[in-house]
Design a protein around this ligand. Structure first.
Ligand SMILES: *Cc1c(COP(=O)(O)O)cnc(C)c1O
Length: 400
């Protein structure tokens, strides 16, 4: 079997475009919070497919709903109505307090839609083009050209420039840096309430409230990217709900489909009435019955399992254990993040720790070279946290 895995890895490197340096395992199946590779080796999963598998693997109600939908109908196009999309949109509205939903196939596409909505909103007001967006340094919004253009990590962006243009970058939690980017052309301010790829940095309450007030004063749209920090991950359905700073446009993806590729951008009625109209935006697959059956069931199970309360409880325990770990290891400088979206900041690259953990049956990822990122399935238990901490300790000792 070990040879079989090796053979597949070699075949992958012949066939797939090499845009990732992958870990040297082939994953085969999942069960609860555990993944299994082709050799049958078990891994405790603290990555969840990058903050995707909120319900863990193989929840029978979730997979049952998908199987039933596959037997019925998986796609209709948006020329017609379908019931799963209607049900999913109603539930998304209810948990977010937003008014209008557009389903996409990915997070990047949700960002594209949000940018188009903001530009159209501004265009309808003054009839001019060239409106500007303010985004944050160290942000991540996706890999398509529009999403890349608002991503505040130059190394992702530079080889592909020019982007969409008219984008300025400010610093998260530095209101003056945002203020100095504002011009009469500013149409939107875009940020992640907790930065994901950029290093698990949360926006402060004061910063968010200042940004909201600025947007209200100048009729600038606030776009919050909840793709990674949303869907219960921080102990709130959406991270902005912690401070009650409601966006005008919001993006979701990752956890909302629990493994089925789907995202969405949502907006208030005001933006809905004054931005994208019939013919302005579209997608072939977006909002199809299979993807929306997933969203509908995920949101139903969030309620049924009282997942938000569970996340609050188990993340408090995780934070306590991580803080203790920091006191035991000099190479860990600090902890950042919120809820089940935690980062451990090391004083050196974390790749050796991740590889040691993998060999000991624990899946971890990083966010930048020196930050270990913990984004487990939301259903993890305190026992799972203990199991993770034990393996992580050994992995740090062996890898550092
Ligand atoms: C992952 C991510 C995206 C991009 O989503 P894709 O589905 O990979 O296109 C955008 N924003 C944030 C905050 C993300 O974490």
């Amino acid at each position: 079997m070990a040879e079989k895995m090796q053979q597949y890895i070699e075949e992958a490197e012949e066939a797939l475009l090499h845009t990732y340096n992958r870990y040297q395992i082939v994953l085969d199946r999942g069960e609860g919070v555990y993944l299994y590779d082709l050799e049958g080796k078990r891994y405790l999963d603290f990555a969840a497919g990058i903050a995707v598998f909120s319900l863990g693997y193989g929840d029978p109600e979730f997979t049952g709903a998908l199987k039933a939908q596959i037997d019925k109908l998986t796609h209709t196009s948006n020329y017609y109505y379908n019931v799963p999309a209607i049900e999913a949109a109603k539930k998304l509205k209810a948990v977010s307090g937003m008014d209008r939903v557009f389903f996409t196939n990915s997070g990047a596409e949700a960002i594209e839609g949000a940018i188009k909505a903001a530009r159209k909103y501004a265009w309808l007001k003054d009839g001019c083009t060239g409106h500007e967006i303010i985004a944050m340094n160290h942000s991540f919004h996706g890999r398509t050209m529009g999403a890349l253009s608002v991503t505040g990590t130059p190394k992702y962006r530079e080889p592909f420039e020019p982007g969409i243009g008219h984008v300025k970058f400010a610093d998260l939690n530095d209101f003056d840096s945002v203020l100095s980017c504002v011009t009469p052309k500013t149409c939107a301010i875009l940020l992640e309430p907790v930065q994901g790829e950029g290093g698990l940095m949360p926006a402060t309450e004061a910063f968010l409230k200042q940004i909201r007030a600025l947007c209200d004063e100048k009729d600038i749209l606030l776009i919050l990217d909840e793709i990674q920090c949303g869907m219960g991950r921080t102990g709130y359905m959406f991270a902005w709900q912690r401070y009650g700073v409601k966006p005008d446009i919001m993006t979701v993806a990752k956890g909302v489909g629990c493994g089925v590729p789907v995202g969405a951008f949502l907006m208030t009625e005001k933006v809905g009435q004054h931005s994208l109209a019939a013919g302005d935006h579209g997608t072939t697959y977006g909002g199809n019955p299979l993807a929306c059956a997933a969203v509908d069931k995920v949101l139903e199970l969030f309620e049924k399992y009282d997942l938000i309360r569970h996340v609050k409880e188990v993340s408090a325990y995780l934070e306590e254990k991580l803080d203790r770990l920091i006191s035991e290891f000099d190479c860990i400088l600090s902890r950042r993040g919120a809820g089940l979206m935690q980062g451990l900041v090391f004083d050196r690259p974390v790749a050796p720790v991740i590889n040691e953990a993998l060999s000991r049956g624990l899946i971890l990822i990083n966010a930048g070279p020196e930050i270990l990122r913990l984004v487990p399935p939301l259903i993890i238990t305190k026992e799972n946290v203990d199991e993770m901490i034990a393996i992580l300790k050994d992995s740090i000792t062996a890898g550092i």
